[in-house]
Each structure stands twice: as structure tokens, then as C-alpha cells.
Design a protein around this ligand. Structure first.
Ligand SMILES: [Zn+2]
Length: 107
């Protein structure tokens, strides 16, 4: 790591110089990143619920709700929803960031 990691200018909230934290690949500070993560997390709930709903619909269709292993099927469904949430949040993070990113100031 270079010495520049100590101080940097966030590309999103422009000329504030951050100290004591490291920018990410695109030079964003933690606060800007957190905002995007929160928005992505809120939106990622939708695909996660859809995946879980689809999964439980499948369980119902195959009559697995009567199964002795029901607890396992439910745990698996929740895990699936969680994974879907994580993936969706990652994808949405990039999408939202690309949309909200400022154009570099030209002088
Ligand atoms: Zn920032």
C-alpha cells in the first residue's frame, strides 16, 4: 500500500479529504459506500423474498410440508433466500453505484 491510502479525496462527495480510512477501488469513502449498501439492501429484499416464495411454493407442490424433514426444507429455503439476498445486494450495489456516481469534474 502506498502512503496515499492515509488521505484521499472521495470521488463521490467531491473535495472532502478523508483520513484514517481507505478508499475502495473507485475512490469512494465509507459514508458514500454505506448509503449505497443501504439502498441495495432494501431492494435486495424483493428478489430474496421471491426466491424463498418460489422455493416454498415448490415444497408445497411436492407435498413436502408433510415430510419428516420439514425443518430441514425450511432451513434450506431460508438459506436460499439469504444467499439470494447477498447476491442481489452485490449486484444492486454495483447498479446503484453506477447510477449515482458523479462524473469526474472537468476543469
Ligand atoms: Zn464520500
Amino acid at each position: 500500500m502506498s502512503a496515499e491510502a492515509e488521505t484521499f479525496t472521495c470521488r463521490q462527495c467531491s473535495d472532502k479529504v478523508m483520513t484514517g480510512e481507505t478508499p475502495d477501488r473507485r475512490g469512494w469513502c465509507k459514508a458514500c459506500r454505506r448509503k449505497v449498501v443501504r439502498r441495495a439492501g432494501g431492494l435486495a429484499v424483493i428478489p430474496a423474498v421471491l426466491v424463498a416464495a418460489g422455493y416454498f411454493w415448490m415444497i408445497d407442490r411436492f407435498d413436502l410440508f408433510k415430510s419428516n424433514f420439514l425443518i430441514i426444507w425450511i432451513a434450506l429455503g431460508l438459506a436460499l433466500g439469504y444467499v439470494a439476498f447477498k447476491i442481489a445486494r452485490r449486484v444492486l450495489f454495483d447498479v446503484i453505484r453506477a447510477r449515482t456516481a458523479r462524473r469526474p469534474a472537468t476543469r
